[in-house]
Design a protein around this ligand. Structure first.
Ligand SMILES: [Zn+2]
Ligand SMILES: [Zn+2]
Length: 452
């Protein structure tokens, strides 16, 4: 048996040995689902697992999440592996957590379960023999971009700086010195990877009109009409989005009026502007804001725009994907593997890491039911958690064997848009805007401001 085969087998055997604790973690975190920045029970559970395995962990403290290092003692790149703690809110899901209303409807519980296996195997005797460099295991909060109001409160309290858990970890320096980022998310029936994914701006528009009796609309100013006109106007300018089919604008009205016999005085519209690169997101976002501002101006309403960076468009590192496909071929039949690598129009804060270091996300077979719906369940916990852990470890061997030659090459050849996290955050701030968009002047002119 070749050396690397022996190294892998040792790790796979270690995963088999702790199979029960992996599957127990899958169930515990499923049953105790919590949404982003509230994942304290899941945090405590994962912390216990790491301490039991003999790890020293660094906790974020004021938010859930931590990281732990494994060092081979030989020089080489530091590889970051990420497992997400947070769940979704799907109120009609039959298995939602009755206390929190949350449910792991895209399988983040499986990420944590696989992390238990990876952490255990890396502590097995002789696990690091023949490997170079180090591994940082991250248990991170809040990937799903939801409950924005709650996160804004945390920002106002000075606890949080960004909406996403990985962004926040990045900002706090927990990712400093990490050279590569990897995550395995649960997928559909087949294993697969993507060529990249969308990023987004998270948007909130508040229209202010004037209330009046519903029977006397002339005395009021209907903010709902301004909002519906604004949405129609964006629909009209969609054709100006041009050839970029990756753009997505999908507004909802989160406040539409108080009572049917009152003319609505305040209406709130929320949306993302999603796109494949920062420049096209910015261009389309400016157009949408201009349309909203002019619709407000047309009605004589006020408009407050709050744009905050969502997640950065994701770059997938093709070189780092290869050894993961190799692992998938080892564990799955050809029918269980999707070889093509489509673009994802979804957004994740793995994108924020991917512009600073070579990054990949693999999707492991898990469920035939659609994610983010009331039907999602983990159908195949062994594939989603146990095989998942083995694939991650086999991939690590490929990256860290032979003096970490493979990962060094991937790092040297990666083309990344930002050199430092400071440069990245500054560029992202350009997507933010906060302020009153329409002002009415004495001389009858109207001033519209919708970007910085
Ligand atoms: Zn999700
Ligand atoms: Zn997810």
């Amino acid at each position: 048996m070749a050396d690397s085969e022996r190294m892998m087998q040792k790790l796979f055997d270690a995963v088999e040995e702790c199979k029960d604790s992996i599957l127990a973690a899958e169930r515990y975190i499923w049953n105790n689902a919590e949404t982003g920045f509230r994942e304290w029970k899941s945090h405590e559970y994962m912390k216990e697992q790491f301490l039991r395995l003999g790890y020293e962990i660094s906790e974020a403290g004021d938010i859930p999440g931590f990281y732990a290092d494994v060092d081979t003692g030989r020089p080489g790149p530091k590889i970051g592996i990420f497992a997400e703690l947070d769940a979704l809110l799907i109120p009609d899901h039959p298995q939602k957590n009755p206390e929190t209303g949350a449910v792991h409807a895209c399988g983040h519980n499986c990420q944590c379960a696989a992390m238990v296996g990876v952490a255990a195997a890396l502590k097995a005797e002789g696990a690091l023999d023949g490997l170079s460099g180090s591994v940082r295991l991250f248990v991170v909060p809040a990937e799903e971009l939801i409950e924005i109001g709650y996160r804004k409160e945390l920002i106002e309290k000075g606890i949080l700086h960004y909406f996403g858990g990985k962004q926040e970890f990045l900002y706090r320096g927990y990712v400093d010195g990490v050279d590569i980022a990897m995550q395995v998310h649960t997928g559909g029936k087949r294993f697969g990877m993507e060529c990249g994914g969308n990023g987004c701006v998270s948007k909130q528009y508040t229209f202010i009109g004037k209330a009046s009796h519903g029977a006397n609309p002339a005395a009021g100013l209907n903010a709902l009409y301004a909002a519906t006109n604004a949405m129609n106007m964006v629909n009209a300018i969609r054709e100006q989005f041009g050839e970029d089919s990756r753009l997505r604008f999908h507004p909802i009205i989160t406040k539409g009026g108080e009572a049917v016999n009152v003319i609505p005085a305040e209406v709130v519209v929320e949306s993302y502007m999603r796109g494949g690169n920062v420049a096209s997101i910015k261009k389309a976002n400016d157009k949408a804001n201009r349309a909203f501002a002019s619709a407000a101006a047309g009605m004589g309403c006020r408009l407050y725009i709050s744009d905050k960076i969502g997640y950065c468009p994701r770059i997938e590192n093709a070189a780092l994907q290869e050894p993961f496909f190799e692992m998938a071929r080892r564990f799955f039949s050809p029918e269980q593997i999707r070889e093509n690598r489509p673009w994802s129009t979804g957004c994740t804060d793995m994108g924020d890491l991917s512009v600073l270091m070579p990054t990949i996300i693999a999707y492991t077979p898990c469920s035939s039911k659609a994610g983010h719906t009331k039907d999602f369940v983990v159908e195949d916990p062994v594939s989603a958690c146990v095989t998942n852990a083995k694939m991650q470890l086999g991939w690590l061997v490929r990256l860290m064997e032979n003096d970490a030659e493979y990962s060094k090459k991937a790092i040297a050849e990666a083309e990344l848009p930002y050199k430092t996290k400071e440069e990245f955050f500054a560029a992202m701030e350009e997507l933010s805007f906060e302020g009153e968009a329409v002002s009415y002047n004495e001389d009858g002119s109207i001033c519209i401001k919708y970007k910085n």
